[in-house]
Design a binder for this molecule. Structure first.
Ligand code: KG4
Ligand code: ZN
Length: 309
């Protein structure tokens, strides 16, 4: 008797500068992500037109490679999920057209997936989902806190009024002539004993919306005003401050709603200090694996599956 192979979701993520495709089912998953950060590096940030051309160049080859590698054909796929919002329009459109074409050609169900909610639920690849939970999404484009009562009941509690946290990391790194993206570089150079610079001389009310542009300006002004300074002292002081603001907000909402289940997602969720400080708290903490924090199509496939159950 021939054993029937379980069918897969094919997921496509092109919301920013990484082209990513994944296959997902509960027993097996795989992902290929091609990063354009090298191409973007000389501009110190993401150029949408460049990123969209990058997706155009890579979508077909990445998908072919992924299917071949896993010995999967379109007969083994029952659904095509793609990031439909939010993100860079020209980039999203590239993935959307690709997904729609495949769905039309092979007569597969098409599913639009929200990129931020996928970051929010990415922890569930290696953790059980326990509702309700409070989730932080911290990336290059977003900094928000959600109260999640159920997969269809997601309430936004706090959102940045200006820059996203990853964006601030990247801007400071750029001025200090680190490569793009600067977040992981700053994190790896962090030194707890070199955090003496005070970039904020007022207490932040944790009930307020996130706002990082003041801190960004304070750090940039410090760099401009001081001809000679210790780079490690600057980035460590900055990281200590910005992570403490995030932690204070999570504690505030955890206490306000009396919810101890805390999750994080997004590129900045890989941050070592953020994780260390969260572990110190009395939370039931669900951390995503490091390889699912940044933009990737696996979280899109996972989210498509969660929405089915
Ligand atoms: O989720 P992501 O890949 O893309 C967006 O949706 O924006 O996040 C990328 C962002 C970049 O700003 C990058 O510098 C930041 O996440 N990032 C980090 C770390 N790893 C990535 N920021 C701080 N510490 C890290 N370890
Ligand atoms: Zn993202």
């Amino acid at each position: 008797m021939k054993i029937k192979k379980p069918k897969y979701i094919l997921a496509i993520e092109t919301s920013c500068d990484d082209t990513s495709v994944a296959i997902y089912n509960n027993n097996h998953h795989d992902v290929i992500t091609i990063s354009s950060s090298k191409e973007q590096s000389e501009f110190g940030g993401v150029v949408p037109e460049l990123a969209s051309r990058f997706h155009e160049k890579n979508l077909y080859t990445a998908t072919k490679k992924l299917l071949d590698k896993n010995s999967i054909s379109f007969d083994d796929i029952y659904k095509i999920a793609y990031t439909s919002e939010p993100g860079l329009k020209v980039c999203i459109n590239m993935g959307k057209v690709f997904a729609k074409t495949l769905s039309f050609l092979y007569e597969k169900e098409l599913k639009e997936i929200n990129h931020i909610y996928s970051h929010l639920f990415s922890f569930s690849l290696n953790n059980i989902i326990v509702y309700p939970f409070i989730g932080l999404v911290a990336s290059g484009g977003h900094t928000s806190i959600y109260l999640v009562r159920d997969k269809n009941n997601i309430e936004l509690l706090n959102e940045t009024l200006d820059d996203a946290i990853g964006e601030v990391y990247d801007k400071i790194a750029r001025v200090l002539k680190f490569e793009y993206p600067g977040g992981p570089i700053i994190d790896s150079l962090y030194n707890e004993s070199k955090t003496s610079i005070n970039f904020l001389n007022r207490k932040i009310n944790p009930a307020n919306q996130f706002s990082f542009s003041g801190i960004k300006s304070a750090v940039l002004n410090y760099i401009i005003k001081n001809k000679e300074f210790d780079k490690i002292e600057v980035i460590s002081s900055f990281q200590k401050l910005i992570i403490s603001i995030v932690i204070d907000k999570i504690i505030y909402y955890s206490d306000l709603y009396n919810i101890r289940n805390i999750v994080i997602g997004g590129g900045v969720a890989a941050n070592k200090l953020l994780r260390k400080e969260l572990i110190k708290q009395n939370f039931h903490l669900s951390l995503p694996n490091l390889d699912i924090c940044g933009d990737n199509a696996l979280m899109i496939g996972l989210m498509a599956k969660i929405l089915e159950d």
